[in-house]
Design a protein around this ligand. Structure first.
Ligand SMILES: [Fe+2]
Ligand SMILES: [Fe+2]
Length: 444
């Protein structure tokens, strides 16, 4: 529907309203709307935050139709429109007239909308402030899902490490819940991946890789069945490490060659562990392949050794990227200061074609934005803001919460959408840890 409307808007921008191209595009959109109005009494498009809902169902930003959905979203945002309602009885002319004013700037649009009478198109307006106020407070369900998933990940790894039986059903249930959370609000879920636990590194890391992989998988259009396999594979990618001595995994000095060799064995051990727990069904098989291939590079290098023309499967390539990103942005004993998120993305970008699949890196970078959630930005007025959300169309101007004031004191500041706020500039990303603050504490 948004693609058809996008086509009509474009036609109206270029041609006269009576032109054939406009009329044809209007006819197509009208007949589609009409067929929907036979099923539903009204068609309600709601823009809420970064999303568009069609009769309460969220439309997903996928590669197909991405541009049109984004365009309409941005247009609605600029016009301060919260919902757009079409009702039965609408005709082609009303659609064309509405479209001709929809392309205008806010003031002109508002004036013309009240002047020209629209009998079957209604609009509800909203203010940005209204939407921003509850960004950090309404993700309770998502948080519960995350922490339940973390508990299941711990149990899973613990049981495999100690040779106890594994509850496969509960690991699947966790993935289904994560997918639901993802469809509800991927940014809310992504925010939780900034949670890095120094002591329980492997648990948080495994879950974060699972979540990042699901988000990337969703963005490239995988269906739910495949997302389940991808999510489990992501969580289990390092499961082989339960066999490696803890002293080696948490060693703070440089590893010797011999120790490296042992650590690299976790790819083999992973296969063994998954086979034991999941058997040879499809889910088990794919997770085994991913555990085996997740350190294979795009150019044929990486371990375990393999022929250069042997390419990793799609899921392994996804996990390879998410694994590296999460590892780089997490403090560990031998790398206590992690990469700032935007620098970790730069590393991925630099190593596309060698380590990482270039197209997947591109989608991943678009997904996380120039300053991923959890980044801290010093602003031109001396304040410091924490990135709490992306603006899909303005990846360099995210939504932030002010956490440090001009006098460098910690405050519970306001939330600002940098894409709407004029005059405030980003000076540079910084480490919030410098001020004794853990960015993740704002998200939990
Ligand atoms: Fe690994
Ligand atoms: Fe890993």
């Amino acid at each position: 529907m948004t693609s058809l409307y996008y086509a009509l808007i474009k036609a109206v921008q270029v041609y006269d309203l009576n032109n054939d191209v406009v009329q044809r595009a209007a006819k197509k959109f009208f007949s589609y709307i009409n067929s929907l109005l036979n099923i539903y009494s009204r068609i309600i498009l709601v823009r809420y935050r970064d999303y568009i809902f069609f009769n309460k169902e969220r439309l997903r930003f996928e590669i197909d139709g991405y541009a049109s959905l984004q365009f309409i979203h941005d247009k609605l945002k600029k016009l301060n429109i919260k919902s757009l309602i079409f009702s039965s009885g609408i005709d082609k002319n009303e659609i064309v007239t509405f479209t001709s004013i929809f392309k205008e700037e806010k003031e002109t649009f508002l004036k013309q909308f009240s002047e020209k009478k629209f009998n079957h198109i209604n609009i509800e307006f909203s203010t940005t402030e209204e939407e921003l106020s509850d960004y950090l407070h309404d993700g309770e369900r998502i948080k519960r899902t995350y922490f339940r998933a973390l508990k299941t990940t711990k149990d899973l790894m613990h049981n495999l490490g100690t040779g106890q039986p594994v509850d496969i059903r509960s690991s699947k249930r966790v993935i289904y819940n994560l997918i639901d959370a993802l469809f509800q609000d991927e940014f809310g879920l992504l925010a939780l991946t900034t949670l890095k636990n120094f002591d329980e590194y492997t648990y948080n890391h495994s879950l974060n890789v699972g979540i990042l992989s699901l988000t990337l998988g969703q963005r490239i259009g995988l269906d739910k069945k495949n997302l389940v396999k991808l999510g489990i594979s992501g969580i289990l990618h390092d499961i082989g490490k339960v066999i490696i001595p803890k002293a080696l995994i948490y060693k703070s000095q440089r590893l010797t060659d011999e120790e490296w060799k042992t650590l690299k064995q976790h790819s083999y051990y992973g296969v063994k562990q998954i086979l034991k727990a999941y058997g040879l069904d499809e889910l088990g098989l794919i997770s085994m392949i991913v555990a085996y291939e997740h350190h294979w590079n795009y150019d044929g290098s990486g371990y375990p050794a393999h022929r250069q023309n042997q390419k990793p499967i799609l899921f392994s390539k996804i996990v390879r990227i998410c694994d590296s990103y999460d590892a780089m942005t997490t403090p560990r004993i031998y790398v206590p200061i992690p990469y700032l998120p935007h620098l970790a993305l730069k590393v991925l970008w630099k190593r596309r074609n060698t380590f990482f699949d270039p197209i997947l890196v591109k989608v991943f970078t678009q997904l996380l934005g120039q300053y991923p959630i959890g980044s801290c930005l010093e602003l031109s007025n001396g304040e410091i803001g924490l990135v709490i959300r992306q603006n899909q169309s303005n990846s360099d101007l995210p939504i932030i919460k002010i956490v440090i004031n001009k006098d460098k004191e910690k405050i519970d500041g306001i939330i600002i959408d940098l894409s709407v706020q004029n005059g405030l500039k980003i000076v540079r990303p910084i480490y919030l840890q410098k001020y004794g603050i853990n960015p993740a504490s704002y998200f939990v």
